[in-house]
Write a protein that binds this ligand. Structure first.
Ligand SMILES: Nc1ncnc2c1ncn2[C@@H]1O[C@H](COP(=O)(O)OP(=O)(O)OP(=O)(O)O)[C@@H](O)[C@H]1O
Length: 245
């Protein structure tokens, strides 16, 4: 079953002589439980596309369906209501609130989904345990390493229970050890059934996905399917683990 469907998605920034047509008709689908990477040259529109998929931005044309519901023409309120509930989003820069504890950060988006406080806190605790931070609930973000902060933001994306997590360059602010650990976590979560769409520059990380969508000049240039399966989830990530596509 396709949980995400993009049909002819278009996006232009600016107008007239300044117009920059970034997405010129992007179409692809993501099946439930899939791990899809989006890759391509800098400036080709990867983050713009993921923002549209995460209901952070709207397309100018085309249709975007989440679990069969067309969400492309929702207004800002409609998008805000579904954000987090239908899709979780992980930002490169974590986007945690410094003054809130780790548990409160994860619980906060659930407030806007009108989840009761006790349920919010217990879901946050559960998701933090899932990402290996069950012993850090009451710390503030700046008391954690960058890799741990990114795991908090992954827990926040899981807390909406959509089962779909969109991840924009999650390792961009991390050293390679923490970056590898975050990717291993995403792979484990995918192994447990979470659908993942990952924007990455790094071919080694793109190779961890079932399928890579290459964007170029505002269009899907090609799709590559991993031919020999994923890196085993219980193995450390090594250069030699990259999958031939
Ligand atoms: N809010 C915006 N207003 C105007 N132009 C924008 C906006 N967001 C993105 N752009 C432009 O759209 C193009 C694509 O940007 P985007 O960030 O989606 O690319 P990307 O493939 O993710 O790049 P990178 O790999 O360097 O992060 C760029 O030319 C960028 O300047």
């Amino acid at each position: 079953m396709d949980v995400l469907q993009l049909n002819n998605i278009q996006k232009t920034f600016g107008e007239g002589g300044q117009a920059n047509a970034v997405l010129k008709g992007v179409s692809f689908s993501v099946a439930k439980g899939e791990f899809v990477a989006i890759s391509g040259p800098s400036g080709c529109g990867k983050s713009t596309l993921l923002s549209i998929m995460g209901l952070l931005d709207t397309p100018d044309g085309g249709d975007y369906l989440i679990e069969g519901q067309n969400v492309s023409s929702l207004n800002a309120d409609g998008r805000a209501q579904l954000r987090g509930k239908q899709v979780g989003f992980v930002f490169q820069a974590f986007n945690l609130i410094d003054e809130l504890t780790v548990q409160e950060n994860v619980a906060l988006p659930l407030k806007y989904q009108e989840v009761a406080k006790s349920e919010r806190l217990s879901r946050a605790k559960h998701c933090l345990e899932q990402v290996g931070l069950g012993d850090k609930l009451n710390l503030l973000p700046n008391q954690l390493s960058g890799g741990q902060q990114q795991r908090v933001s992954i827990a926040r994306a899981l807390a909406g229970q959509s089962g779909i997590v969109l991840v924009d360059e999650p390792t961009g602010n991390l050293d390679s050890k923490n970056g590898d650990a975050v990717m291993k976590l995403l792979q484990d979560l995918n192994g447990q059934g979470t659908t993942i769409v990952l924007v990455t520059h790094d071919p080694r990380y793109a190779d961890m996905a079932h399928r890579t969508i290459m964007l170029k000049d505002g269009l899907v240039e090609r799709e590559m399917v991993a031919s020999s399966g994923l890196v085993p989830a219980n193995q450390p990530i090594r250069e030699s683990d990259t999958v031939a596509v």
